[in-house]
Design a protein around this ligand. Structure first.
Ligand SMILES: Cc1cc2nc3c(=O)[nH]c(=O)nc-3n(C[C@H](O)[C@H](O)[C@H](O)COP(=O)(O)O)c2cc1C
Length: 212
């Protein structure tokens, strides 16, 4: 059994998405004390933003005429895809930034989407892999809240991971991580603590699912 873990938070310390992924990973590790974990940290070691265009344009160029940048980009996309292929289950920890998708995560997805094994006309090589996405929001965007509809990231994550890549996806959404940081949100402390406890329960449960 091998677990692949991706972190997209731009911070290492006090990162809620890393904390939630740690809970999932701990449950997995308990069941698999000696098995490997493949880690990739795109938050603190970002993928080059120019690699995607190079990988896309390489696709229509005969191999011998590809530039060094195109060759590197194709190799990077293959290496990223290989990491997923090598794993039995996937753990992805991705925050919400500026009401949208983390740019580092988008680059990671876009690069993998250029690999031959992930093209629309073939069954994705990762199809069916049990996957946990731990996403965190500074605010709270549920139905009926003042900012309902402002989270433009989570639906996209689900679309790509579950519908396009056909992963067996479970999502943990941790809300209100800015409570305790932003004084304007202090009235929501109890609610945030309650939602955090629920999210942590879910993380433990999904960790056991990944380990099974
Ligand atoms: C540059 C930046 C932009 C952010 N934009 C949003 C946002 O649009 N909506 C939101 O709810 N939280 C936003 N946040 C808050 C983060 O989602 C929140 O702090 C989250 O916990 C970050 O993930 P981490 O704790 O794993 O580092 C932003 C944080 C940063 C640093």
């Amino acid at each position: 059994m091998t677990l692949f873990r991706l972190d997209a938070s731009i911070r290492k310390v006090e990162s809620h998405s890393r904390q939630m992924a740690d809970i999932v990973e701990r449950e997995w590790r308990e069941a698999h004390p000696d098995e490997p974990i493949i880690s990739r940290d795109i938050g603190t070691e970002p993928l080059p933003a120019t690699a995607w265009a190079a990988a896309v344009t390489a696709g229509s160029a005969p191999e011998e005429s590809r530039s060094p940048e195109q060759r590197d980009a194709v190799a990077l996309a293959a290496a990223l895809t290989d990491e997923l292929v090598a794993a039995d289950s996937l753990l992805l920890a991705v925050p919400l930034y500026n009401f949208g998708v983390s740019q580092h995560f988008k680059t990671w997805v876009d690069l993998i989407a250029t690999d031959d094994r992930m093209q629309p006309h073939v069954e994705p090589v990762v199809a069916g892999k049990p996957t946990v996405l731990a996403t965190v929001h500074g605010g709270y965007y549920a139905a009926g809240t003042p900012r309902e509809g402002w989270d433009h990231a989570t639906a996209w994550y689900r679309r790509i991971l579950a519908d396009v890549w056909k992963l067996d996806l479970r999502v943990i959404e941790t809300e209100f991580t800015l409570v305790g940081v932003n004084p304007n949100l202090s009235q929501f402390e109890d609610m945030a603590a309650r939602m955090r406890a629920e999210a942590e329960d879910l993380a433990r449960s999904y960790g056991r699912t990944l380990a099974a």
